[in-house]
Design a protein around this ligand. Structure first.
Ligand SMILES: [Fe+2]
Length: 628
């Protein structure tokens, strides 16, 4: 009896582990657009194992019954990136507003059945969008937000960058695993439109993982014919120059679009004091938003919540930080991130701020011919929300928690009157101003120092103009080719210090020579590249500095300097590669004259530059020659 019972139990267990069709080992599914969202779709996945994968597609749902599917497509692009074999099938010639079912079949089996719906091609259909960004640190918050995408079944998601913290393979694999939570229980997938944040170290990351068509990561897509044009801008390349020219041309050619939305990473006027202003975006983009009637701008990066009244660039007594409220023709700015990143305090409201807060959130946006509505979803509080009715995706489901500040839970933007007006004459700045600002800027003490497995790269600046971007680039082939390892926005103070740590590199590639260079892109798109080797050449001319030679017996040198005000003093001995061979530091020295002894016993013979800094500013330089 007991034995019989055991076999029954074992039989049940066995049945549980026998799948009906063996599943292909594919994962990390995603769908995107390169071209017209009403007739195209890109299907992306990671091929873990198995041979000859194909995408099987049909307007009819055949489940996992592979032979029934009408269309078979091979991946046209296979991109090995971030430890994954990213396969992409670019589908074209699809029917608008139509659901397509698909599976991926390979030598090992068949994937689960998924589906997507193309965008409508005319403005009669109301659209639902989700927009947010900054998912880099907190997986649980990120997962909760992703689950809500599955429940709300929007036409697409606009994602404003900073998906992961360090842009590593492991973090991206986790991110794409978490993205699977945006797939609804019935297999419905939501297309994603990605923008680059500062935690994506290069454009290539998003091109490789989402098959983005634009190598510069700025592009526009239209949903619903003339109903909506979505602009994705790139805060990590120059906002002026080519990007501005492209934006202006596209806006000029898109005056028929009833609604225009822009998404990009850096908020022009962050609502936390911990983040810098992004004046260059304001000058280059906000003026165009106003001129061409962009209705909504979605920003990220600051990890606070904000919405503004409609504003336009402007000066005068009613303006605040360069924006002025204009209910008729202004742009509503919303943001700023919070898809699972460390929250910040909203301590920098302006006179035109509608509301601000600090919680995990994304925007839920409806667009039809007459109005646009923007809601802010408190994602942490909406864990128990029900899914929308697939036949009425605009009705707030039970359990979905909306932010309800005093200004109201719904921002309604009525359709603009089609009036175009020139922006105020003071914007944008003149070419000559930008040229003068570029020439006035100084980069000081650009250096690379090896510290065990890390290389510390530092530089300081004076007179940084607004809207400057730095790209630190590395070469492993003696300067033949460079790749960007870090992108930073300028701090825009009179004097700034920057530090980048190139981690683990010396362990991965021992014995390799590394060249670094610093590329500066100014707000008008002009670039200036500063090579560490050029610095050596420049500083090779050390003859202009006074010579000090160490005492032949004690190997000491005597250094004299004076301070006009209290300062932290650092004394660095740099070799011809501008690497620190020795250093001394003195904290909080009073004004006065000093003479210090520097022991060079442990320093190899050779030529050096001795630099004395007070509060990080160079006050004296000496030439040092240590002879055998
Ligand atoms: Fe960011």
């Amino acid at each position: 009896m007991l034995k019989n019972h055991f076999y029954k139990l074992a039989g049940i267990l066995l049945l549980c582990y026998l799948p009906s069709a063996s599943e292909a080992v594919t994962d990390k599914y995603r769908v995107m657009w390169r071209k017209d969202p009403s007739t195209t779709m890109v299907i992306g996945w990671n091929q873990v194992s198995g041979e000859n994968p194909v995408l099987l597609l049909d307007v009819l749902d055949h489940g996992q019954n592979a032979p029934e599917y009408a269309v078979v497509r091979k991946a046209g692009q296979i991109i090995e990136a971030k430890g994954m074999k990213n396969h992409f099938v670019r589908l074209e010639g699809l029917k608008p507003n139509t659901t397509y079912y698909f599976v991926i079949e390979d030598s090992e089996g068949i994937s689960k059945r998924l589906f997507f719906t193309t965008a409508p091609a005319d403005s009669e259909h109301r659209l639902s969008l989700i927009a947010g960004g900054d998912s880099r640190n907190h997986r649980q918050a990120r997962q909760e937000s992703n689950k809500l995408v599955a429940k709300l079944r929007p036409h697409c998601v606009l994602f404003g960058g900073d998906m992961t913290k360090d842009d590593t393979a492991e973090q991206w694999q986790e991110w794409l695993d978490d993205w699977q939570l945006t797939i609804a229980e019935d297999g419905r997938m939501t297309p994603i439109i990605v923008a680059r944040g500062n935690h994506e170290s290069e454009n290539q990351t998003l091109i490789d993982l989402f098959d983005v068509k634009s190598k510069d990561l700025y592009y526009a897509l239209s949903l619903g014919g003339d109903l909506l044009r979505i602009y994705t801008l790139n805060s990590l390349v120059a906002s002026g120059g080519n990007q501005k020219i492209w934006l202006q041309r596209d806006l000029q050619a898109s005056t028929r679009a009833i609604w225009k939305i822009a998404q990009y990473h850096f908020p022009m006027r962050p609502h936390t004091k911990n983040k810098p202003e992004h004046n260059h975006q304001m000058l280059n983009w906000a003026t165009l938003f106003f001129k061409f009637g962009v209705n909504l701008a979605i920003e990220s990066d600051a990890h606070v919540v904000k919405s503004t009244w409609p504003v336009r660039p402007g000066r005068g007594p009613r303006s605040d930080e360069g924006f002025i409220r204009d209910d008729e023709k202004g742009t509503v700015y919303v943001g700023e991130g919070c898809w699972g990143a460390p929250l910040r305090q909203p301590n920098d409201d302006k006179s035109w701020t509608r509301a601000s807060g600090s919680f995990n959130q994304f925007k839920w946006i409806f667009v039809d011919r007459e109005k646009m509505e923007v809601r802010t979803i408190r994602t942490n509080d909406s864990k128990w929300a029900e899914a929308v009715d697939p036949d009425n995706i605009f009705e707030t489901p039970v359990g979905l928690v909306l932010w309800n500040p005093p200004s109201g839970a719904v921002i309604t933007i009525p359709r603009h009157q089609d009036i175009l007006e020139e922006p105020p004459a003071s914007f944008p700045p003149q070419e000559e101003d930008l040229l003068a600002a570029r020439e006035a800027m100084e980069v000081l003490d650009f250096s690379a120092t090896r510290e065990g497995p890390r290389v510390i790269i530092k530089w300081s600046t004076r007179g940084e103009p607004a809207g400057l971007l730095y790209e630190l680039q590395r070469s492993l082939d003696a300067g033949e080719t460079y790749t960007t390892i870090s992108t930073l926005a300028s701090k825009e103070k009179p004097e700034n210090n920057y530090r980048v740590v190139d981690t683990g590199f010396a362990i991965q590639k021992p014995g390799k020579y590394i060249n670094y260079r610093l590329r500066r892109t100014f707000s008008d798109g002009k670039c200036v590249v500063l090579d560490l080797r050029d610095i050596h050449k420049r500083d090779g001319d050390w003859q202009r500095f006074p010579l000090i030679e160490p005492d032949p017996v004690s190997h000491d040198i005597l250094i004299k300097y004076s301070l006009k005000k209290p300062a932290n003093v650092a004394i660095l001995l740099l070799n011809p590669k501008m690497q620190a061979a020795a250093r001394m530091g003195f904290e909080n020295q009073n004004p006065g004259a000093y003479s210090k002894t520097f022991d060079l016993k442990g320093v190899p013979n050779g030529r050096y530059l001795l630099v004395i800094k007070a509060n990080r500013q160079v006050i004296r330089r000496f030439r040092v020659v240590k002879r055998p």
